[in-house]
Ligand binder design. Structure first.
Ligand SMILES: Nc1ncnc2c1ncn2[C@@H]1O[C@H](COP(=O)(O)OP(=O)(O)OP(=O)(O)O)[C@@H](O)[C@H]1O
Ligand SMILES: [Mg+2]
Length: 369
């Protein structure tokens, strides 16, 4: 988790500076495609970091309309490597699979845990893991003999192995937190309970079917995100692409990572804002001491030495009530929500972010005032 966090800071700077360069070159310029390559590769690295965070269960929450087919295709290499040579991996993608709205990192987390469970069950023996997706109509979903199902059309993700299967005495307990049949130190027993929580949170269901000697089949059902909603959302994105992201106002930017701060400051100045930079909570409080009245918005990192972003914001809000905040972080938003410092009115921007995402968030913060 910690290393991934450092990587996110580096990638934020690489993606950010690529964006700044791109905005100064025309699409026809020979340098444009080179810079674009740098940005795309940094984005791929960011994807990899997200998968690592999913694996260590520390990912950032970002619900979005996603394609399960693309997600699984992206996961293929990582799964291949996790499963090792003895296990054959097959993926069968359903045709015209419906789209779902979910947090990609969390869903990856679920699939990875199911695959790792199958690998562990096979215990070094030769075996197969097959991942299959399909559309399930509302009628089909209701006709299945499952305790509870989403009411509309669903997308199903099936993860099946040909390992030893799950004994009757055990199968009812596998989704319970801390239930594990693995040796002490090998498993926490949180994999499936986390998976269950995640799928329920997305309005879906996860179901297991297994007999001793016949392998185990896990099926995830997620509600399809309705076509009209997808279109509305895509329309919004297109609107955003051409949207005016300039503005004015005074922003206090608190970030201890120099490259991230430098990029964010340049990006926001370029959009017309006045940026006061602080390299940490101490400097931020010094600035607030003399210029609190001028500041419209605080953008702050969450994890900083000395004092976390929530604590800092609490102190600033005591001096200037109603001041808005955007927190930027490579850590999960919900981890931060558990903090005992309750900050009013904040937006969240996960790292790494692009120039456009940053500018859009700031615009949003100013619009809400
Ligand atoms: N594919 C499978 N085949 C056989 N048994 C399984 C399979 N998947 C899960 N189980 C059983 O369910 C138990 C709980 O799984 P879960 O993923 O919640 O925890 P874990 O894998 O033991 O530990 P963790 O995932 O936290 O490292 C496992 O210990 C195992 O007994
Ligand atoms: Mg597990």
């Amino acid at each position: 988790g910690g290393i991934a966090h450092d990587f996110n800071n580096l990638l934020t700077a690489i993606i950010g500076y690529s964006d700044l360069l791109l905005s100064r070159h025309d699409a026809g310029d020979p340098s444009f495609s080179d810079i674009h390559q740098i940005k795309q590769n940094a984005n791929r690295a960011a994807n990899l970091v997200r998968q690592l965070l999913a694996f260590s269960r520390q990912q950032t929450l970002q619900p979005a309309v996603i394609s399960i087919t693309d997600m699984l295709a992206e996961l293929h290499n990582l799964l291949r490597r996790l499963l090792g040579q003895h296990i054959e991996l097959t993926m069968t993608h359903g045709r015209n699979l419906g789209q779902v709205k979910a947090d990609q990192g969390q869903l990856e987390n679920v699939i990875i845990n199911l695959a790792v469970n199958a690998r562990d069950a096979l215990a070094g023996n030769k075996g197969r893991l097959s991942i299959r997706t399909a559309n399930i109509s509302a009628e089909q979903a209701q006709s299945l003999d499952h305790s509870w199902m989403p009411s509309g059309d669903c997308v199903m993700i099936e993860v099946a192995d040909d390992g030893p299967g799950i004994p009757k005495a055990v199968i009812g307990k596998i989704f319970e937190p801390f239930f594990t049949t693995k040796e002490v130190g090998k498993g926490t027993g949180l994999g499936l309970s986390t998976a269950y929580g995640i799928i329920k949170q997305q309005g879906g269901n996860i179901h297991v079917q297994s007999e001793v000697g016949e392998g185990a089949t896990f099926r995830i059902y997620l509600p399809v995100y309705a076509e009209e909603e997808v279109q509305a959302e895509n329309g919004e994105v297109q609107l955003e692409a051409g949207a005016d992201l300039t503005g004015n106002g005074v922003i206090l930017l608190v970030e201890d990572e120099d490259p991230v701060r430098a990029f964010a400051s340049r990006a926001l100045s370029g959009k017309g804002y006045t940026v006061l930079e602080a390299d940490g909570p101490d400097q931020a409080l010094e600035i607030v001491e003399t210029r609190a009245d001028e500041i419209d918005l605080v953008i702050s990192d969450v994890v900083m030495p000395g004092m976390d972003g929530a604590r800092l914001m609490k102190i600033i809000q005591q001096k200037s009530p109603g001041i808005r905040a955007i927190f930027i972080s490579g850590y999960a938003e919900n981890a931060f929500r558990d903090s005992d410092e309750l900050v009013e009115d904040y937006l969240f921007l996960p790292k790494p972010f692009t120039l456009k995402q940053l500018a859009a968030r700031v615009k949003e913060a100013f619009a809400d005032r």
